[in-house]
Design a protein around this ligand. Sequence first.
Ligand code: CA
Ligand code: CA
Length: 237
Amino acid sequence: MVLILVSCSNAMFGQASSGPFPKAAPLPAWAEGVDAQNATSLSIATLASPEWVASAAEKTGIPERALAAYAGGALRLSVTNPECGLTWNTLAGIGWVESHHGTIFDGYITDDGSMSEAVYGITLDGDNGTIAMPDFDDGNFDLDPNGDRAVGPMQIIPPTWAAWHVDGNLDGVEDGQSIDDSVLVSSGYLCYNSDTMANRAGWNQSIRAYNDVPIYAIDVAAKADEYERATACTIFC
Ligand SMILES: [Ca+2]
Ligand SMILES: [Ca+2]
């Protein structure tokens, strides 16, 4: 659950030419009346077809509200940064590993995309396999003025939030506990960290910038592949 500083990620990790590479799920269907022309002026949670979200949620077990954000994130990025190739199943793989789609502490994502109970990770002090990080935000984002912690369902750390903060659901608030806002921050960060996530090297470079623990990329890829298979399967599933 550790995001690495934007400023040092590329230099630290170099080319990630090996590692897992999940199959890319196709873009979700657009909601009626939504397309590339108005995709940037709507909440990301409204971009995907509700029918697509309901069907894919049933097949994958991903809560519908979380899936609406992952699907919308992929659709938004397909317009604003198509070269990135970021897929909804990779976003969902991250969301699973980071917080089990917001349910890790018995909470859940509410209808408006908020957390029923705010999620904060452990202090990143070098213990428990974490990378020690000094306080960046004076506690304004992570409520910890003595160190830094990852925040929300996508577990974003204060420096990353500061660089990529965005209002993904256009409710007037930039909120690290919002699945919509945090998915769009994650998307921006991932796409910044490689030229494209549509090949193995780029995918691993971006994922390793999110969390440079080797098992992390393996776990995200495994879950992303599971979600791709679940939604691709139409007969004898
Ligand atoms: Ca802090
Ligand atoms: Ca918001």
